[in-house]
Design a protein around this ligand. Structure first.
Ligand SMILES: NC(=O)c1ccc[n+]([C@@H]2O[C@H](COP(=O)([O-])OP(=O)(O)OC[C@H]3O[C@@H](n4cnc5c(N)ncnc54)[C@H](OP(=O)(O)O)[C@@H]3O)[C@@H](O)[C@H]2O)c1
Length: 276
């Protein structure tokens, strides 16, 4: 599996994270190609990972078994149409990480009948702790399915969704999710500083608490509600804080926030798919 030739079209932040993860996972640098218009970006990738880097998309994809589209969604249509003919001849597995571009739209831009996996990673992929949802169209073989999963697993967790519409929910949950947790951490830190704790201490304790809570939840079979109740002793301090959060409608607010993000994700997908 690790001998497949992989070409990245677009060598920005997300491609860099994925390439780093793949190399750390045992993929050979000589099998990885990246195309990006910026010389500095290409030099940086070559020096860091000893991979092939070129300004030409056609050159990068020439021998690829897997082509990963890692350009901004707005750039994807022209990038895809430019290399569609070359891809029609070889029919590699296509993986697109571009947010919001639906599989039938990308397939049409590429001339049709391609095996396409859509992946929605998030920014913690940059530190190897990403959460990625994957969706495969009907042309993707079992072997290609495994390949796509192993690539995204190089930067964290990877889960499959069967219904492409779920990618908009994923975008609202884990795609935008790091920002929600940053907001909660920001608010907690400020509250502790307002109570008199030194800023540096408040910062460190907040981050480690968020990390520890996520680690317990990941390692436990219990629901998050059960874990919350376990640390909420009757008559204790946590109970007082949770009561304030619930009376202030914190769960309903998160519900409304996710609804808004989901609505926007759907709108953007329609706009991007219809772009001239
Ligand atoms: N970052 C995230 O957390 C995240 C999460 C989920 C999904 N994604 C998706 O991942 C994709 C990449 O995001 P990113 O943050 O890595 O973006 P990025 O840092 O802007 O990287 C994209 C790179 O592709 C280059 N590019 C532009 N046109 C190109 C072309 N015709 N051929 C080859 N390369 C070209 C860009 O150059 P220019 O700067 O000149 O345009 C840039 O260097 C996006 O579609 C985004 O929706 C990102």
């Amino acid at each position: 599996m690790k001998n497949n030739k992989i070409a990245f079209v677009g060598g920005g932040n997300m491609a860099r994270s994925l390439i780093g993860g793949l190399i750390a996972d045992g993929y050979q640098a000589s099998n990885i190609w990246v195309a990006d218009p910026h010389a500095a970006q290409r030099d940086g990738l070559r020096q860091a990972f000893l991979i092939h880097a070129t300004a030409g998309n056609q050159e990068a994809i020439a021998h690829a078994d897997i082509v990963i589209f890692a350009v901004k969604p707005q750039a994807l249509k022209s990038v895809a149409q430019d290399i569609a003919l070359a891809l029609q001849k070889k029919k590699p597995l296509i993986i697109s990480i571009a947010a919001g571009i639906r599989e039938p739209t990308l397939n049409e831009w590429l001339g049709g009948h391609h095996a396409i996996v859509r992946a929605m990673p998030n920014t913690p992929a940059m530190v190897g702790s990403g959460a990625t949802a994957l969706y495969a169209n009907g042309q993707v073989s079992k072997q290609q399915h495994n390949l796509a999963e192993s690539i995204m697993r190089a930067v964290g967790l990877a889960v499959w969704v069967d219904d492409e519409a779920h990618m908009d929910i994923v975008t609202a949950l884990s795609g935008s999710g790091p920002a929600y947790f940053f907001l909660v951490m920001e608010a907690l830190e400020k509250a502790a500083v307002d109570l008199g704790l030194p800023a540096g201490t408040a910062h460190l304790l907040t981050l480690q608490t968020a990390y520890g809570a996520a680690k317990i939840a990941l390692e436990s079979n219990e629901s998050t509600a059960a874990l919350r109740m376990r640390v909420t002793s009757p008559g204790g301090t946590t109970e007082q804080a949770i009561k304030v959060l619930q009376e202030g409608q914190a769960p309903a607010l998160f519900n409304a926030a996710l609804l808004a993000a989901h609505r926007r994700s759907t709108e953007l997908a329609e706009l991007l798919g219809a772009s001239p």
